[in-house]
Design a protein around this ligand. Structure first.
Ligand code: ZN
Ligand code: ZN
Length: 143
């Protein structure tokens, strides 16, 4: 993960918005929030997101076309990064996204694809379902 001091003002504004929400946001959700910080064009948000993803600060949730702050990002934590792999458990009811490190799954996937000569650059696993609080709410409704 790159150091926060290397981030531009725009990148920092986008990252703070994602960290504050703690949820997956689309580029347009982000734009709404950073407008008062002088970011007005979607392209500025996309550019910031690209750099943040390269630095390991932000992940893209492909199936939601949304972005989320890395849950394991700690300031000064240079070792973090996702050379391994990461999985996201996504709730279909409330849109809650939890980041789950899956180093073992990545090794298994890497070993399997390696046999066929394929070189894996990154592994993204997205699990869709229902989070614990939503399951509880559904249970109550059924009563
Ligand atoms: Zn992460
Ligand atoms: Zn939920």
């Amino acid at each position: 993960m790159t150091d926060r001091s290397e981030l531009t003002a725009n990148q920092l504004a986008v990252l703070k918005t994602l960290e504050k929400s703690g949820r997956a946001m689309t580029a347009y959700d982000i734009l709404d929030d950073v407008r008062d910080k002088g970011i007005r064009a979607p392209v500025q948000v996309y550019r910031a997101l690209e750099r943040l993803m390269e630095g390991g600060h932000v992940h893209r949730i492909e199936s939601m076309n949304a972005f989320i702050a890395c849950a394991h990002g700690h300031e000064g934590d240079q070792d973090h990064g996702h050379s391994e792999a990461v999985a996201f458990a996504i709730c279909d009811d409330c849109g809650d996204v939890s980041e789950i490190p899956v180093p073992r799954a990545a090794k298994t996937i890497g070993a399997i694809t390696g046999e066929s000569g394929f070189v894996t650059e990154r592994t993204v696993v997205e699990l869709r379902g229902h989070c614990a609080p939503c399951q509880g709410r559904q249970g109550e409704r059924a009563k």
